[in-house]
Design a protein around this ligand. Structure first.
Ligand code: ADP
Length: 515
């Protein structure tokens, strides 16, 4: 068993004096986004700022971020950044998030003046440059953070640098690091050469007796886990799961070694953005006091999806990347049963693997009045599905946190989920005896387990009084960023305490060797 079996955060007991936090991420809303990381990197700093801390954000200025659109001004003129055996010039631009949180953007014609964000052959070099520029940049700015909060593989070398080549520079010595894993499946794996580019070749590979692969590759995420003062994952259950071979993506032995430093903090959602009372994309706005108005959204969705407009047919919605991670190999064997035997309707929005595109196109041809299939990315339609479906499906194979189930609940959709990762932490199984719970939860990764949960859900749906109470409970859940921000601040204090403790220990070791 891991040392921190429940991955609860023990209190540091430290008074909450204002902290200085630098948050580094490859994508940040509203400047650049390809996934959930950008939402976290845009929302968390604002919530931490609201608690009274000096939090600033660092990211690259990609070519698509137009300076005039975001009022970018120059924070630092060109300065040299060590790369490989030479230096490259960087500039630092500056703007703010909505509530005045400063955002620094690293400017470089060579690395970032391109249309896209990722998927370039020199990605490792690009993000090494970004992070190193930020480390060099804060010293030039004279702004010394207490903690650097790094996200995903792109920023994972920062804890590595802080513990090695920057460890004895007084400006950096006291800076602690927190490393957050959003999805262990993307680790950033490269060859030895990147260590030379990053200036840490003298420290070589991380050698771990139980992970032979690590002796031959540079795994950015592995290095973040190895060197950070505190590691976090985006839900408590996922933080526990990644300690096992099933979810650990080969890094579980390393994570187990560091399990006393590993915590889980659930992501929040933006409650202003996702609010059925004000959402401009809905047919009718509603609150939990006026839930009857929600039906108008259901009928409008049925119309938009070309389905039979039937107020009594349970509408099952799903919005997801069409991949195995999201459990589509469980859905395909049972979806016809859902339509034929349970009398449900099915609305899907997503893009992904071709075999799933083909499958669902064919399903819509055979059940035109029961299956509405949208193979596209459409943020406003997504909201209409959250507001118009009775049930929201997330039978994921693994799910670090998951946003869909939280948004669905905020909109009064009842989730049907597998009991893993963030899904287990956000949805409690409905118990008809007590009336407690917020959704329908199943355990085994098996189509019949999903189908059984759907049978229970559709059966409960037929009892409208019970269903109404279930919806209200879903809408009452607190998924605010404020809640998560308190937990991250706790983690920042923890990271500082670990950092001080480690420095003391290495100081003591140093003394001993000198004697
Ligand atoms: P992941 O980040 O693994 O894809 P999450 O549930 O954490 O899954 O977040 C996915 C987010 O992207 C949700 O807010 C969901 O509504 C949105 N989304 C996914 N696919 C689409 C799509 N095709 N159109 C619109 N929004 C989508």
């Amino acid at each position: 068993m891991p040392r921190h079996a429940d991955h609860e955060m023990p209190s540091t007991g430290e008074p909450q004096t204002p902290l200085k936090i630098l948050l580094l991420a490859a994508e940040v809303v509203p400047f650049a986004k390809t996934g959930g990381l950008a939402d976290v990197a845009g929302s968390l700093p604002q919530a931490v700022h609201a608690l009274g801390h000096d939090v600033r954000v660092g990211m690259p200025r990609y070519g698509r971020i137009r300076p005039e659109q975001f009022n970018l001004t120059r924070a630092l003129d060109s300065f040299p950044v060590p790369m490989d055996d030479h230096t490259e010039p960087a500039e630092l631009m500056q703007t703010t998030l909505e509530n005045n949180v400063p955002v620094y953007m690293v400017e470089s014609v060579r690395y970032f003046d391109r249309d896209g964000i990722y998927m370039y052959p020199d990605d490792a070099e690009r993000f090494i440059f970004f992070c190193r520029s930020m480390l060099e940049g804060i010293k030039r700015l004279g702004w010394q953070p207490d903690v650097i909060h790094c996200h995903d593989w792109h920023t994972a070398l920062v804890p590595n640098w802080l513990k090695t080549i920057y460890a004895h520079d007084p400006f950096y010595t006291n800076i602690a690091s927190v490393y957050t894993i959003h999805n262990l499946a993307y680790q950033g794996v490269f060859g030895y050469r990147v260590l030379e580019i990053a200036g840490i070749d003298e420290y070589g590979f991380i050698v771990h007796p139980d992970i032979v692969d690590l002796n031959e590759v540079v795994d950015f995420m592995g290095r973040g886990i190895h060197f950070a003062d505190v590691i976090s994952a985006v839900s408590k259950t996922y933080a526990r799961e990644i300690l096992t071979p099933e979810f650990g993506e080969k890094l579980d032995p390393l994570l187990r070694d560091r399990s006393d430093r590993l915590f889980g903090v659930l992501n929040g959602i933006d409650l202003k953005e996702f609010d059925p009372a004000t959402d401009p994309y809905l047919e009718a706005n509603y609150t939990r006091e006026s839930l009857d108005r929600r039906l108008q959204n259901k009928l409008a969705l049925q119309r938009e999806a070309g389905l039979l407009q039937d107020p009594h047919a349970p509408v099952v919605g799903i919005i997801a990347r069409l991949t195995d991670q999201k459990g589509f190999d469980l859905i395909t064997p049972i979806v016809e049963g859902l339509l034929q035997h349970l009398g449900a309707q099915f609305v899907l929005l997503g893009t992904g693997e071709q075999r799933y595109h083909d499958f669902f196109v064919e399903l819509a041809t055979r059940y035109p009045q029961q299956a509405g299939i949208f193979l596209t990315f459409n943020a406003s339609l997504a909201r209409r599905i959250y507001a118009g479906s009775d049930l929201f499906l997330m039978p994921s194979r693994f799910e670090p946190c998951g946003l869909g189930q939280m948004i669905a609940m905020r909109y009064g959709g009842v989730p049907v989920v597998r009991a893993i990762g963030g899904l287990a932490d956000t949805v409690q199984d409905f118990d008809p005896a007590t009336g407690a719970g917020t959704g329908f939860v199943f355990e085994a990764y098996d189509p019949m387990a999903l189908y059984t949960a759907l049978v229970r859900a559709v059966e409960t749906y037929r009892h409208q009084d019970t269903w109404h109470k279930l919806q209200v409970r879903c809408m009452q859940q607190d998924f605010s960023w404020e809640r998560s921000a308190h937990k991250y601040v706790e983690l920042y204090s923890r990271a500082r305490a670990f950092n001080a403790q480690d420095r003391e220990m290495s100081g003591a070791r140093h003394q001993q060797t000198r004697i």
